[in-house]
Design a protein around this ligand. Structure first.
Ligand SMILES: *[C@@H]1O[C@H](CO)[C@@H](O)[C@H](O)[C@H]1NC(C)=O
Ligand SMILES: *[C@@H]1O[C@H](CO)[C@@H](O)[C@H](O)[C@H]1NC(C)=O
Ligand SMILES: *[C@@H]1O[C@H](CO)[C@@H](O)[C@H](O)[C@H]1NC(C)=O
Ligand SMILES: *[C@@H]1O[C@H](CO)[C@@H](O)[C@H](O)[C@H]1NC(C)=O
Ligand SMILES: [Cu+2]
Length: 633
């Protein structure tokens, strides 16, 4: 089933009209605003051929606050006229125009979005400067749509959609700049190749996105495992090129060839450990099926070693598609003394020990929860060993997701944790993303009720926020673009949440869709009750910025601070972000607005690597984060 979201349907019913520079009889401009995806606008090709550029002006009948434009290419399986490079201009009077977007649409039939800062306008002009495949001088469109900017901030607010040059399925936040590096596959909008990966980096400081095709590591990093190591480098393993390791080092902005794994993998998960090594397990999606037992990476020696005592069998789901799916996307948490706690997605939970050749111990069941493939698990309070789990489905696909929520409380390794069943989410979700905020609340976004990769049918566009104090959910404003299979979400240094991606189905069959875009959510804590921006406390000095576990950090703020938190820099792909975790910090001494913070002494709680330090005032408004590096000793 085809699915597309218009915040505003610019349909004839409302008096909205369209004027085009050219049309073929039978393919008039009105077809682009009739909310009928079968009909489409096409510029004239017979008896004469109209030349590029082509334009369409939509008259909304009255001025409105706009923040985006949507384009659905023709849906009849042909590509002629797909718009390539385009500009969007806005006007109050159809005579003075302001350029708000200048970008290029990918040449496929997925719905496209482009956003811009809130602008008051009555007229919207889209100009096609090229045909996306340079096949001819035509333009065509099944539908155009306009997004009305949100005005309420009571439950936070979504910003405009940010157009990306790639359909990304994985992303990482950089500790030095706060930039977000996203990556797709060997093509910008399709997976299944070898030897290269298209990446795109978003810079929150400028709003710019830069594209880069990474070829030097000879690695299609689609459907990988990923963990950020003790030095802030993203260690990306397997996927389409199933044995490879590629390391992204933010300090040199370089992609580095790492050691090949002992076992080829795709859809494995990995996690950084208390001793700075990285453990991985599972991954029968690629590189052969079955036997994807644990192995461990030492970044210092750049070597992978098998852990013969860490079998994958105890953590398999009972997926009806067999082993291909049963060992995918483990919910792994590095914990004390080099241990790994596996919280899901299987209903069985396990401990893996990584010293010597490793060992495995059952950790019991996750309450009455079933297998929860493509659900979420977040360690939102590491000091107290608290893991929140939500959603997922018994099979990878073609089944309904659950809205189940569980709270796991870890003790010492190899002991059975406490599991509580909590109030469910408002929505069933598989392929959602969950992000812990500085205040400990968990933002859950996207996903669909009926789990099916690549489709947007049964999408949940309404995020919700879990409050650990009340253990209940608040429903939040809807986002613009569906975020399902292959979508990601990550906390940013400024306390907002970056979401995006989804798809990677190339010339997606009918009903499937690519999403080459992102959208940023600003939580309610960034607004005053009248909708103006809240005044944020600032961290004027943090010293030292590198601390061993158990060390003390002196923080000077510009105003009174009520609480602090550390959140480890995240990496996300396929609903998995084993890097994010949160530590609530209470100052040990306070003098005026100078605070002394003590880093937890256990590196299984405070994993080595880079963390965001947030200070929150009494109104719950977080500062911009300062980056802290935690070392083992
Ligand atoms: C547009 O079409 C969809 C699907 O046919 C329908 O659900 C929706 O109500 C229509 N919207 C308007 C404004 O007509
Ligand atoms: C959409 O347009 C097609 C082609 O003109 C027509 O057959 C169909 O009935 C229309 N659908 C709706 C819901 O109006
Ligand atoms: C849009 O971007 C293209 C490519 O960068 C550039 O050549 C062109 O001048 C820009 N158009 C406008 C109107 O700024
Ligand atoms: C990782 O390798 C280095 C260099 O060989 C070694 O010194 C270190 O002990 C290893 N780390 C662990 C946890 O084994
Ligand atoms: Cu995938």
């Amino acid at each position: 089933m085809w699915y597309f979201v218009f915040l505003t349907i610019v349909g004839l019913v409302s008096g909205v009209s369209i004027t085009v520079d050219s049309f073929q009889v039978g393919n008039e401009g009105a077809n682009a605003i009739d909310n009928n995806t079968t009909t489409f606008w096409h510029t004239e090709y017979s008896p004469s051929l109209a030349a590029l550029p082509h334009s369409a002006v939509i008259d909304l009948t009255h001025s409105q606050l706009l923040n985006g434009f949507s384009y659905l290419p023709r849906q009849d399986g042909k590509k002629n006229g797909n718009i390539g490079q385009y500009t969007i201009e806005l006007s109050l009077d159809s005579s003075t125009w302001a350029l708000v977007a200048n970008d290029t649409f990918i040449d496929d039939d997925s719905p496209k979005q482009t956003g811009f800062a809130n602008t008051q306008a009555r007229y919207v002009r889209v100009t096609a400067h090229t045909e996306a495949g340079n096949r001819g001088s035509w333009s065509s469109a099944a539908e155009f749509g306009v997004n009305i900017a949100p005005t309420s901030t009571v439950n936070g607010q979504w910003g405009p959609v940010i157009a990306f040059p790639i359909v990304f399925a994985a992303a990482v936040v950089l500790h030095d700049t706060g930039k977000i590096v996203t990556f797709a596959s060997y093509k910008i909008n399709a997976f299944g190749g070898s030897g290269n990966t298209y990446t795109a980096t978003y810079d929150p400081a400028t709003g710019l996105v830069t594209e880069r095709n990474v070829v030097n590591t000879d690695h299609d990093m689609f459907c990988p495992g990923m963990s950020i190591d003790a030095n802030g480098r993203a260690v990306v393993t397997g996927g389409d090129d199933a044995s490879k390791t590629t390391i992204y080092d933010p300090s040199s902005d370089s992609w580095i060839i790492g050691a090949t794994m002992q076992i080829s993998r795709g859809y494995q998960a990995s996690t950084t450990l208390s001793d700075a090594r990285i453990f991985t397990i599972g991954g029968s999606w690629s590189g052969g099926r079955g036997g994807k037992n644990g192995e461990i990476y030492n970044a210092t020696s750049n070597a992978w070693s098998l852990l013969s005592g860490c079998p994958v069998a105890p953590m398999l789901t009972a997926d009806s598609a067999g082993i291909f799916r049963q060992d995918n996307h483990g919910w792994l948490f590095g914990w004390k003394s080099g241990s790994v706690f596996q919280a899901g997605p299987s209903k069985a939970m396990n401990w893996y020990e990584t010293s010597g050749s490793g060992s495995q111990t059952s950790a019991g069941l996750r309450g009455s929860d079933g297998d929860s493939m493509n659900g979420n698990a977040v360690m939102y309070d590491a000091v107290n060993g608290k893991i929140f789990t939500a959603g997922g489905a018994v099979d990878y696909q073609d089944v309904d997701a659950t809205s189940n929520v569980h709270l796991i409380t870890l003790g010492t390794p190899n002991t059975t944790p406490t599991v509580q069943t909590l109030t469910s989410m408002n929505y069933q979700r598989a392929f959602a993303n969950a992000v812990v905020l500085p205040n400990g609340k968990i933002f859950i976004t996207g996903g669909q009720v009926h789990a099916v990769p690549f489709t947007d049918a049964t999408s949940i566009l309404t995020p919700e926020l879990w409050d650990p104090a009340t253990q209940t959910f608040t429903v939040l404003p809807a986002h613009t673009v569906p975020r399902n299979y292959h979508s990601i979400a990550l906390l940013m240094l400024d306390g907002r949440v970056f979401t995006g991606g989804g798809g990677l189905c190339g010339d997606c069959p009918t009903g499937e869709a690519n999403h080459a875009d992102a959208q940023i959510y600003s939580p309610a804590y960034l607004f005053n009750s009248d909708g103006t921006a809240a005044t944020r406390p600032a961290l004027t000095s943090v010293s030292p910025t590198t601390s061993a576990v158990g060390g003390k950090i002196t923080v000077v703020a510009d105003s009174s601070i009520s609480s602090f938190s550390l959140i480890r820099f995240g990496s996300a792909t396929h609903t998995v972000d084993t890097d994010q975790r949160r530590i609530a910090l209470t100052p040990t001494t306070t003098s005026g607005t100078t605070y002394t913070l003590t880093i937890p002494s256990d590196s299984g709680v405070a994993l080595p690597g880079y963390w965001m330090l947030f200070a929150l005032n009494s109104a719950g408004v977080p500062s911009l984060a300062k980056t802290i590096k935690i070392t083992i000793s």
